[in-house]
Ligand binder design. Structure first.
Ligand code: SF4
Length: 452
């Protein structure tokens, strides 16, 4: 007798940020409960999920293009249009090509979508509201990061309501996950062998403020750092205007358990532009914050994102931003052009024609800014040469005697990498390396010894 096994397969294309990646991991976990197996080959899948991003214009375009490229490549397959873009526009989206449109507030409703598709239902639209935070799933059967690295999302949504930002429209107000749920998830990650836990949220510093008890992030990160085990914590995204300064001492006292890596999205440095964004800082205030961090933690690495082309930014305001970049000496900087998003307060600050004109000017300023920063980054990278660090190996380069890894100054996907010469390393290994040179935005190293 011949047994044929019909394993249902699901493929997920995860676009956008790390928060979306965590959602993809949770969706896959729900699919697993329903008997689906993840495939990394879309041709093999019964169902394809495009987990979209809807934050800015370019992300929306990429999401739509990705969806249609899957649709035209696989006309017979079931395709679910999910994620931020689905959540933002589910009520008005005219997308007959999708078998289902699924929002991202209540991921626990995903099995309903899968079941409806299996029953042959057509054009399913489901975007239920957030469930009670205590009932949300925090156990993931999948990790889409490189081996021994994982993201841990501690809250969703945002209460800051910056005038340009569509996140509160998509993800809603701040919803901090229960303290114990985060702690339990971190313990599980450590137990499963994760070495690098990347803590993520729209603004880590706001954690717990929705409970009316003031910020609880410092308590949380301190408690996380006391979990037994060989791991490190990396903090990603802390709003500069509400940066909890006692965090600096907590990082110092943790003796490397909390990496001295600060990702602070300043967005701009001109006070008037920042006020227009509904932020309160200035060049002086932000430089002062950076100095405080570096005075206490000389090895601190500071990353930021800056936005060009926001209404009210002229050459003078841009010059102020340039001055900031020169004074701040950021280790890493990402820049992006302001995207005019409907339903945000900034949308009404100027019309589309004025926006297009400003956009072109801002694109030139962006090049100027990037050129200044790229010299600063290269110079700062030199300070790593001749020193020893722990590195987490991400992958081996086939046919070559080298591996790609990251040290504490390099966050997953956004910063440069450390290229380690030598063999006998595998993804997930933690090794001690000696940095011998800078190559572009990467560091070149030799392996000293295996550590973990
Ligand atoms: S803090 Fe960040 S996520 Fe929140 S509204 Fe401002 S830019 Fe958007």
């Amino acid at each position: 007798m011949v047994y044929i096994s019909f394993v249902k397969k699901i493929y997920i294309e995860s676009l956008g940020c790390a928060k979306n990646q965590v959602d993809s991991e949770i969706l896959l976990s729900y699919a697993d409960d329903e008997g689906f197996e993840r495939t990394q080959v879309p041709q093999d899948a019964d169902i394809i999920v495009v987990n979209t991003c809807g934050f800015i214009e370019s992300a929306k375009t990429e999401s739509i293009n990705t969806f249609f490229s899957f649709r035209s490549a696989f006309p017979e397959k079931k395709i679910i249009f999910a994620g931020c873009l689905a959540q933002r526009y589910w009520g008005i989206l005219d997308l007959d090509e999708a078998d289902a449109i699924f929002g991202n507030h209540d991921l626990g409703a995903f099995p309903k979508v899968l079941k409806a598709i299996e029953k042959g239902n057509k054009q399913i639209v489901l975007a239920p509201e957030y469930p009670d935070p205590d009932s949300e799933r925090d156990e993931r059967k999948y990790n889409l990061s490189f081996p021994r690295s994982a993201f841990l999302k501690i809250s969703e949504g945002c209460n800051h309501r910056c005038n340009y930002c569509a996140i509160p429209i998509i993800r809603g107000g701040l919803r901090s996950r229960p303290f114990d749920a985060v702690m339990n998830e971190a313990r599980r990650l450590v137990k499963s062998g994760i070495y690098e836990i990347n803590i993520i949220a729209q603004d880590l510093g706001a954690y717990g403020t929705d409970w009316g008890e003031g910020e609880r992030f410092c308590d949380l990160i301190e408690s996380l750092s006391k979990i037994e085990g060989a791991f490190v914590l990396r903090m990603l995204y802390i709003h500069p205007d509400t940066f909890p300064e006692k965090l600096i001492d907590i990082v110092k006292a943790s003796n490397g358990k909390i990496l001295p890596y600060f990702d602070i999205p300043f967005q701009h440095a001109d006070h008037k532009v920042l006020l227009g964004m509904k932020r309160t800082g200035s060049r002086e205030i932000y430089v002062d914050l950076i100095k405080k961090i570096r005075a206490s933690l000389p090895d601190a690495v500071i990353r930021s994102t800056l936005m060009l082309g926001f209404p009210g930014e002229g050459r003078e305001e841009f010059e102020e931003l340039l001055r900031f970049v020169k004074e701040a000496q950021l280790d890493w900087m990402g820049s992006f052009l302001y995207s005019r998003e409907e339903d945000t307060p900034a949308y009404l600050m100027r019309n589309q024609k004025e926006h297009n004109k400003a956009h072109k000017i801002a694109a030139k300023w962006q090049e100027e800014l990037e050129a200044v920063q790229s010299e600063i980054t290269s110079r700062r990278l030199l300070s790593f040469v001749g020193k020893k660090y722990l590195a987490l190996v991400e992958e081996n380069i086939e046919g070559e005697d080298l591996s790609i890894a990251r040290i504490y100054s390099q966050a997953p996907e956004v910063d440069g990498a450390t290229v380690i010469m030598g063999s006998d390393m595998k993804p997930g290994d933690v090794v001690e390396v000696g940095i011998r040179s800078v190559r572009g935005l990467d560091l070149e190293a030799i392996k000293i010894r295996n550590v973990l």
